[in-house]
Design a binder for this molecule. Structure first.
Ligand code: ADP
Ligand code: MG
Length: 777
C-alpha cells in the first residue's frame, strides 16, 4: 500500500463497501474525515455506574458479569399479564447480572438470541433505563456491548475481540449488539452512531486507519504549537481515539479544540483583510444636508448611547475602510433612528442606502416609520416637498408590476434614496447603481456568508458600508466567532419614559382561574384604549410544529428549545395551540365583542400589511399571532401580551416577544401561559424569564441550557461541521487566543500563501459553513 495520509480516500484502507457505507451514513470520505469523527464520550472500566448506585428512572451503563440466564415462553392468559400486559410478547429472557456489590435483572422481550450470545460468566456492558419491577431493580431491553462472551476463549477484553468481531458481522439483524475490542488503559471510546452504523464498525475502521497512517503534516506552525504547549496533530488524532491515559486524552482535545478555534478565526481574519483590500467610498458628514435637517426636526433628544454610537458610525462612514459594524441594543433602545441617521449621512454624499428586514411586515413597518420621522424630507418627487427631499421606496412582493419596475429603474440609475425591503432583495438580483450603505435589521436571521455576499456586491468596485442591527443579545464568545468579522457597538440604555414590562407565569393547569383572569385583564387593557397581542406557537391545526417567523430564511437558531416539550413532567402531549383555533375560541368566548385579527407568515403579503397597518392605527384590539411579531414590530399603544404554550419558546425568544409591549407610556404586561406543572423543566425557564428583564443574562442562560449544537444548528450526528470539540461557552480563552494568532498569521495576505496547510483548514470551514452554523448564527 502506498503511503496513507489524511487526504487518502477511505476505500483504500477499509475497503470499498465499508467506505461507501461511511460516506453514506456520516459523510466521511477521507482518512482525515474519519479521524475527525471523534468519540462522543469515553467509558472507563472503573468509572461506570456501580450497581449499588443505580437510581430508578435514570439511564445508566453498567459493566457486569452475567450470573444466570432464564428464558420463558408465554402463552395467553395468566402469563400475558405477568409480562406487564405487553401486547405481542411471547418470549422473555431474564438475565441476572452482578458486580461485586449487587444484582440486577435485565429483561428482554422477544429477543431469543441473547441466550445464545451470552452465558453465565460473560462480561458485558448494559445500558438502559433503570426501573422498579416487583420491588426489584431492573433494566428493560438495555443495549448490550459484549466484552467477553464467557465461552472461555480468553479471560480479558482483548482476547474475546477477534471472535466477537466475526460474530457481529454474522448477526447484522441483532442491532443491539455492539462488540468492543481492547483499548489501552481500559479507556473505551464511544462514537456517535447513526442508523446503520455500529460501535464495532466505527471502532474497527478507526483502528485500521490508525494502524496504517503515516506521518501527519501539521498545518499549525511549530512556534505556535510550542508557545501554547500543544501536541502535534498526528499525536492528537491518535490520542483522541485511543487515549493511553486521561492526560493524553486531554492534551489531544486541547490541541484539536485550538485547531477549530483557529480555523474559524482565520476565516474571519481573512474576511477582515479582504475588506481592507477593497476600499469603500468615504461618506463624510456634510453640513446643511439631510442629516442636519433631520436632527433639527427630531421630536426627542437622542440618548447618550445613540449619540455615542452615532459618532462612531459617522466616523466609520467617513473613511475608506468599509464599515462592517454590529449594533446590539435591547428591544426599544432606538436602533432605527441610529440607522436612519447613518443612511442620511450617506445620502448627503450622493449615494444610496438600503435597509433590509427579515419579514415583509417589518420592512413595511420600517418604510412607514422612516416616512413618518423624515416628514417632508422623505417625500422626494412629490408636489410641495423640499428640494433636498429624498425618496423612500418599499420593495416587497405586494408592489404592482409597474411600480416595481419604476422603483428598480430608479435604484439601478444610482439616484440617491432609501430602499427598504426583505433580504430577498439581494437574492432577486436587484441592482444598485450607487450603493453606499446597507443596513440589516435583526441580524440574528442573517449569516456570515450572506453578509460576505453583501459586501462583495460592488459592481463599480467599491463595497458598501454595512451596519447590522440585532436586539438579540449575543454572548461575547458567540460574538467573537459567529459575528467575528464585525466590529461591535452596544446601545445599552432605553430612551427615557419607557415603562418596565412586568412578566408573570400563568400555570393554566394548576390554576385555571388565573387564565380566566388573564382574559379579563385583556378586556381591561382594551377598555383603557390599549391593545394586546396573543401569541401561539403554531399557525393552524393542519401543519406540523414548525415555528413561523414569516421569513424565507431558516428559522432562528435561538428559537424554541427542542426537548423543552418532553421529558418527565413536561408538557402535555396535546398538540401546540394554533393561531386559527385560538382566535376562534377567543372570539366565541372570553374576548367576544372585541376587534380581533390574526397575523402569521402564511397570509398573503398584502393582507399581512393590512392587518399590521390597522393594528398600528388602533383599529384592532387584539392581534392573535405567531412569532412573526417577534422582531421589531413597534406599536406603542400595545400594552399587553399573552403567550400561550409559553414553554415551547426559547428564553431569548420570549424576551424578544415581550419587547413588543411597553413601548409606549403605559406599563407593559406579559403573561406566560403554560400547562406544564410546577416542577416541569420548562417552568424553571419561564420563571427565569419572568424574573429578569436582562436580555444578556437570558441569552447566556439559554446557551447554557441547551446543548450548544442546537444553538449553532450542528447537533445532527455525523454532519460535516467545523465545530466539534470547541465550546463557545467554556472555551473563551482558546477563542481569544486563536483570534490573536489568526490576525498575526493572515496579516494582509488573504491568500495565506505562506501557510498552505492553514489555507486548507480555512477552505474546510467555509465548505462546512455554507451548510452550517455560521449561516444561522
Ligand atoms: P429598536 O431598537 O427595538 O429597533 P426602535 O428603533 O424601534 O427600537 O425605537 C423604539 C421607539 O422608540 C420608536 O418609536 C422610536 O421612535 C422611539 N425612540 C427612539 N429613540 C428615542 C429617544 N432618544 N427618545 C425617545 N424615543 C425614542
Ligand atoms: Mg427595531
Amino acid at each position: 500500500m502506498d503511503k496513507i495520509d489524511l487526504t487518502s480516500t477511505l476505500d483504500r484502507v477499509v475497503g470499498g463497501r465499508t467506505a461507501a457505507k461511511l460516506a453514506e451514513r456520516i459523510e466521511v470520505s477521507t482518512v482525515g474525515d474519519l479521524l475527525r469523527y471523534y468519540p462522543r464520550k469515553y467509558d472507563q472500566r472503573g468509572k461506570l455506574t456501580d450497581l449499588a448506585e443505580l437510581v430508578v428512572g435514570e439511564r445508566a451503563t453498567v459493566w457486569a458479569k452475567v450470573v444466570t440466564i432464564e428464558e420463558r415462553e408465554l402463552g395467553y392468559g395468566r402469563n400475558r399479564s405477568r409480562a406487564g400486559g405487553k401486547r405481542g410478547v411471547s418470549h422473555i429472557t431474564n438475565i441476572v447480572i452482578a458486580d461485586s456489590h449487587r444484582r440486577l435483572t435485565c429483561t428482554f422481550f422477544n429477543q431469543r438470541h441473547w441466550s445464545k450470545q451470552l452465558r453465565p460468566g460473560a462480561d458485558a456492558m448494559f445500558s438502559g433505563k433503570v426501573s422498579l419491577f416487583n420491588g426489584k431493580l431492573q433494566m428493560s431491553s438495555p443495549s448490550v456491548a459484549i466484552l467477553d462472551d464467557g465461552r472461555g476463549n480468553g479471560d480479558g477484553v482483548g482476547a474475546g475481540a477477534g471472535t466477537a468481531n466475526g460474530r457481529a458481522e454474522k448477526d447484522k439483524g441483532a442491532s443491539a449488539i455492539e462488540v468492543i475490542e481492547s483499548f489501552p488503559g481500559g479507556v473505551i471510546p464511544v462514537y456517535p452512531l447513526v442508523e446503520g452504523l455500529t460501535q464495532a464498525l466505527v471502532q474497527r475502521c478507526i483502528r485500521t486507519v490508525l494502524d496504517v497512517l503515516g506521518d501527519v503534516v501539521d498545518p499549525v506552525p511549530e512556534v505556535l504549537q510550542a508557545s501554547h504547549g500543544l501536541v502535534d496533530l498526528g499525536t492528537a488524532l491518535r490520542d483522541i481515539h485511543r487515549p493511553r491515559t486521561q492526560e493524553h486524552l486531554e492534551a489531544a482535545q486541547r490541541r484539536l479544540r485550538y485547531d477549530e478555534a483557529l480555523a474559524i478565526q482565520l476565516v474571519l481574519a481573512r474576511r477582515r483583510a479582504d475588506a481592507r483590500n477593497f476600499p469603500a467610498e468615504p461618506c463624510p458628514r456634510i453640513d446643511g444636508g439631510l442629516l442636519d435637517e433631520f436632527d433639527r426636526n427630531l421630536p426627542f433628544a437622542l440618548t447618550i448611547g445613540q449619540q455615542l454610537v452615532g459618532e462612531i458610525i459617522a466616523t466609520d462612514l467617513a473613511t475608506i475602510h468599509p464599515m462592517n459594524r454590529l449594533l446590539q441594543g435591547e428591544v426599544g433602545s432606538g436602533k432605527t433612528v441610529v440607522a436612519l441617521r447613518a443612511m442620511l449621512q450617506v445620502l448627503d454624499s450622493g449615494r444610496q442606502a438600503v435597509m433590509l428586514a427579515p419579514t415583509e411586515v417589518l420592512a413595511a413597518q420600517h418604510a412607514r416609520s422612516l416616512r413618518e420621522v423624515l416628514g417632508p424630507l422623505g417625500r422626494g418627487g412629490e408636489l410641495g416637498a423640499p428640494l433636498e427631499a429624498t425618496t423612500i421606496t418599499l420593495l416587497t412582493g405586494s408592489l404592482s408590476a409597474a411600480a416595481r419596475r419604476k422603483a428598480l429603474l430608479a435604484i439601478a440609475s444610482g439616484e440617491p434614496g432609501i430602499a427598504v425591503g426583505t433580504h430577498a432583495l439581494l437574492s432577486e438580483g436587484v441592482f444598485f447603481g450607487n450603493l453606499g450603505l446597507i443596513v440589516v435589521d435583526e441580524q440574528h436571521r442573517f449569516g456570515v456568508e450572506q453578509r460576505h455576499a453583501l459586501r462583495t456586491r460592488h459592481p463599480e468596485g467599491n463595497p458598501p458600508h454595512v451596519l447590522v442591527m440585532t436586539a438579540t443579545p449575543i454572548p461575547r464568545t458567540v460574538a467573537m466567532t459567529v459575528y467575528g468579522d464585525l466590529d461591535t457597538s452596544i446601545l445599552s440604555e432605553l430612551p427615557t419614559g419607557r415603562s418596565p414590562i412586568s412578566t408573570t407565569v400563568v400555570p393554566a393547569a394548576d390554576k385555571p382561574a388565573w387564565l380566566d383572569r388573564a382574559w379579563e385583564r385583556v378586556r381591561e387593557e382594551v377598555g383603557k384604549g390599549h391593545q394586546a397581542f396573543v401569541v401561539c406557537p403554531k399557525i393552524g391545526d393542519d401543519e406540523g410544529e414548525t415555528s413561523d417567523d414569516g421569513s424565507d430564511l431558516e428559522s432562528d437558531a435561538l428559537g424554541p428549545a427542542d426537548g423543552s416539550t418532553d421529558g418527565p413532567g413536561g408538557t402535555s402531549p396535546r398538540p401546540p395551540l394554533s393561531v386559527t383555533a385560538v382566535a376562534q375560541q377567543l372570539r366565541d368566548g372570553p374576548l367576544a365583542g372585541l376587534r380581533l385579527a390574526v397575523l402569521h407568515g402564511r397570509l398573503p403579503a398584502a393582507e399581512k400589511d393590512d392587518v399590521m397597518r390597522s393594528f398600528a392605527a388602533g383599529n384592532i384590539d387584539v392581534l392573535v399571532a405567531t412569532t412573526v411579531i417577534e422582531v421589531g414590530v413597534d406599536v406603542p399603544n400595545a400594552s399587553m401580551m399573552v403567550i400561550l404554550d409559553a414553554e415551547r419558546f426559547g428564553m431569548s425568544q420570549l424576551h424578544q416577544l415581550r419587547g413588543r409591549v411597553g413601548r409606549g407610556s403605559a406599563p407593559g404586561v406579559c403573561l406566560l401561559v403554560t400547562e406544564g406543572h410546577e416542577n416541569a423543566p420548562g417552568r424553571a425557564r419561564l420563571a427565569a424569564v419572568a424574573a429578569t428583564n436582562d436580555g444578556f443574562a437570558l441569552a447566556e442562560a439559554d446557551l447554557e441550557l441547551r446543548r450548544e449544537g442546537d444553538v449553532l444548528g450542528t447537533s445532527q450526528a455525523g454532519r460535516a461541521t467545523s465545530l466539534r470539540l470547541l465550546s463557545l461557552l467554556r472555551d473563551k480563552d482558546v477563542i481569544a487566543q486563536a483570534r490573536d494568532d489568526a490576525q498575526g498569521l493572515v496579516g494582509d495576505d488573504t491568500k495565506m500563501s505562506q501557510w498552505p496547510g492553514l489555507a486548507d483548514m480555512v477552505s474546510e470551514v467555509i465548505a462546512a459553513e455554507s451548510q452550517d452554523y455560521l449561516e444561522k448564527g
